[in-house]
Structure formats: C-alpha cells, structure tokens
Design a protein around this ligand. Structure first.
Ligand SMILES: NC(=O)C1=CN([C@@H]2O[C@H](COP(=O)(O)OP(=O)(O)OC[C@H]3O[C@@H](n4cnc5c(N)ncnc54)[C@H](OP(=O)(O)O)[C@@H]3O)[C@@H](O)[C@H]2O)C=CC1
Ligand SMILES: O=C1CO[C@H](CO)[C@@H](O)[C@@H]1O
Length: 360
C-alpha cells in the first residue's frame, strides 16, 4: 500500500484524491492546505486522512510513502526545495513545474541531486484518444510533417485568492494552460523545439474583474508556431471563450501518407443535460489514397470519466506513478520534460509580448 500526502486541496487536489481512491494499492494518509476548511473537507473525501497545519507537519508523518503537489503554480518550486531539504519522498508534482525563468537552474540541479523519483503531472498524455493517436500516428501519416493542437475551451475558473488571474503566479496563460500542449508536441514528434513564434492577448474574458485593485493580466487567446530540430512544424491555437464547442481539443498530424486526428471533449460536468449525452472522444484516420476517413470512437471507462475533468487520464497517470513508488519502473514524465514544456511556454509568452521569434 502506498500512503500519499496531498499538498493543496483545491479543485485538482480533489481530483487526485478521487483517483487515488480507485487504486488498489493507494490511500491518502494526510492532507495540507492553508485554508483549514478545504483541508478538512478533502480529508473527509479521502475517507479520514490526517489534516496537517503546515507542509512541515505533513512531512513529519512517518507512514508517508509519496507526495502529490497540487498547490498553485508558483508554490511548486519553493515546496520542492522544502521537501528536498526535509524529507525527499517520491513526488508527483502538478504542471507547470516552474513559472519564473530564474528557477530553471535550480530545477536542473534538483533533477540531478534529488534521491527519489519525481513525476511531473501531464494528464493530457494519458487521455485515451490522445494515447491512441500517439500509437497510430507514424503509420497513419508516414512521418509527421505538421502537427496542430487546437484548444477551444471555457474561461479560467474562479480560484481561491484569484491566483490564476495573474501572470506572476501562473507563469502566464501560455505556460499555465499550454505547457500540456508543448509537452504533447515534444512527445508526439519525438523531437526538440528550436524556435517559437507567438501572437496572443486578452480579447474577451475577465475584463470587468478587479482583485485587490488590480485587473487580471492573463491572456485568453493566441497562436503559437514552433519549429522543431528535424524540420517539422507544430502549431497551437488557444481560445478560452469557446465553451460552446462540441470538442475541447482537436489534435491533427499530417504527413505524406495521410492525416490523423483526435477529438477530445471537455469536462462532462459542463455539458448541458438538455443536449443529451456528452460527446464521446474520436480518432479519425484520413489516408490520401484511397480517400475515405475512418472514424473510431474511443469511449472512456465511465467510473474514470466521473473521477475528474480530464477524460480518465488522472487515473492512468496515478496507476503508473503508484507502480514507480512501489519500485516498478521510472517516471514517464521527467523533470526534464516538465522544464522543456515550461521553457516553450515562457518563450511563447516572450514572443507574443515582443513580436519577435524566440530561439531555444
Ligand atoms: N493537470 C491538469 O489537468 C490540471 C492541473 N492543475 C494544476 O493543479 C494546481 C492546483 O490548481 P487548482 O486545483 O485548479 O487550484 P485551486 O486554487 O482550486 O487549488 C489550489 C489549492 O492549493 C492551496 N494552496 C495555496 N497555497 C498553498 C501552499 N503554499 N501549499 C499548499 N496548498 C496551497 C489553495 O489554497 P488558498 O489559495 O486558499 O490558500 C487551494 O486550495 C495548479 O498547479 C494547476 O496548474 C489544475 C487543474 C488541472
Ligand atoms: O492544466 C489544466 C487543465 O485543465 C484545467 C481545467 O480542467 C485547466 O484550467 C488547468 O490549468
């Protein structure tokens, strides 16, 4: 049995707790959140976990085998520092692994010296339609020439303390939201980015909001083009005022043989009941010759679908992290992957702010 300590009991913390409960060899033993009511309610959700008044107190619990960091983005690096100095347990840390460029050097050292496994959470990798696209992409395309990821979704949700409204706390929308997609680009293309060009801004959302006298500075839409070392190009299109769309993510890869797409719905809880069942994920393979797109539905196990907002992926990721903690295998999403995704996001933020391409 793996005993987990949860650091941060907000929306995503609750999704982690729900999915750990589905693991045959996992239980949440302790939780910490600066808001005591949130910690209490998460402890109850976990079936009676110990509530700790601080991260220090949580790290002092002997029975813990692993930690899950689900605090706001700018807390991840300071908490990793504290954990390394106190009790270096295996860690699953939510994305983005860092938010400020100056933290990259620390994380590279940390990656070399931390004595236990660290896995950066990248749920999109584990969504069944995305996993199927990855399995079939080489055969369907004959070698990818272009990769496009479109996310058309709902605006940023309200958060305690409005931490997700300010670049200083999130790293910026192209880091906070889009590090998932930059990670997918590297994973699907099996290549490294060399140049990033972006145009992005705030068009619709959060315009009337004020927090402590300050207006949000996050963006709600943008395009990012990325050149990869072997000559492939990838593009991200983000729109955060498109929750009316049937699918939230549309990923397409095209090569000399044909095209493959994955269509991924957003959180089922946002699909209005009067429209009937929520959309089912799809993968479509469209060869050039002979023409004739083939569509496969990729339904997600209903229990896993109900355990969060991410198409069952949080469970699949936990299943593998749980095995790593038990000594079976190594982290699939490494600190190097987490750093690479943030570097691309920060480069995109810089490119959009300056109007210049950024070389990596
Ligand atoms: N991979 C994915 O698909 C998703 C990942 N995430 C990631 O999960 C993390 C949390 O996001 P989310 O759950 O949406 O945010 P929430 O604001 O809902 O939850 C974050 C929680 O952490 C608490 N918190 C604040 N400071 C600390 C601290 N120093 N130590 C421990 N807890 C703290 C907050 O309490 P308070 O602010 O009241 O002090 C809040 O309860 C983020 O890194 C986010 O990027 C989120 C959604 C999806
Ligand atoms: O990483 C993320 C993925 O999905 C969430 C919503 O469910 C986002 O808002 C979050 O930042």
């Amino acid at each position: 049995m793996v005993n987990y300590g949860i650091v941060g009991c907000g929306m995503m913390g609750r999704e982690h707790i729900q999915n750990i409960a589905l693991l045959p060899q996992g239980r949440v033993a302790a939780v910490y959140d600066p808001v005591p009511e949130l910690a209490q309610s998460a402890a109850q959700q976990a079936g009676g976990a110990q509530v700790c008044p601080s991260l220090e107190a949580l790290l002092a619990i002997e029975s813990l085998d692993a930690l899950v960091i689900v605090s706001p983005n700018d807390c991840h690096v300071p908490q990793l520092r504290q954990i390394a100095a106190t009790r270096p347990l295996p860690v699953l840390c939510e994305k983005p692994i860092y938010t400020a460029p100056e933290d990259e050097a620390f994380l590279r050292d940390f990656a070399r010296s931390y004595p236990a496994p660290v896995w950066v959470a990248m749920e999109y990798r584990y969504m069944p339609p995305v996993a199927l696209l990855r399995d079939e992409v080489a055969e369907a395309t004959g070698g990818i020439a272009m990769l496009t990821i479109r996310e058309h979704r709902f605006p940023f949700l309200p958060k305690v303390g409005a931490w997700n409204r300010f670049n200083a706390r999130t790293g910026g929308t192209l880091v906070e939201k889009c590090c998932h997609f930059f990670d997918l680009m590297r994973l699907i293309l099996r290549d490294e980015p060399v140049r990033v060009m972006a145009s992005a801004g705030q068009a619709v959302n959060h315009k009337d909001e004020v927090f402590d006298g300050k207006a949000p500075d996050i963006w709600d839409n943008g395009y990012v083009i990325v050149d990869f070392a072997r000559g492939t190009r990838a593009m991200l299109e983000l729109c955060m005022f498109a929750e009316g769309a049937r699918y939230q993510e549309e990923i397409s890869a095209i090569g000399p043989r044909g095209k493959i797409e994955a269509l991924v719905p957003g959180p089922g809880r946002f699909w209005p009941a009067h429209l009937g069942d929520a959309p089912v994920p799809q993968v479509i393979v469209s060869p050039r010759v002979p023409k004739g797109p083939r569509l496969v539905e990729v339904p997600v196990d209903p229990t896993l679908l109900a355990a969060g907002d991410h198409n069952g992926s949080t469970f699949y990721q936990h299943e593998r992290f749980n095995a790593v903690v038990r000594g079976e295998g190594r982290p699939e999403v490494t600190l190097e992957d987490g750093i690479a995704a943030v570097r691309m996001g920060l480069a995109a933020q810089q490119s959009a702010a300056t109007g210049q391409a950024v070389a990596l």
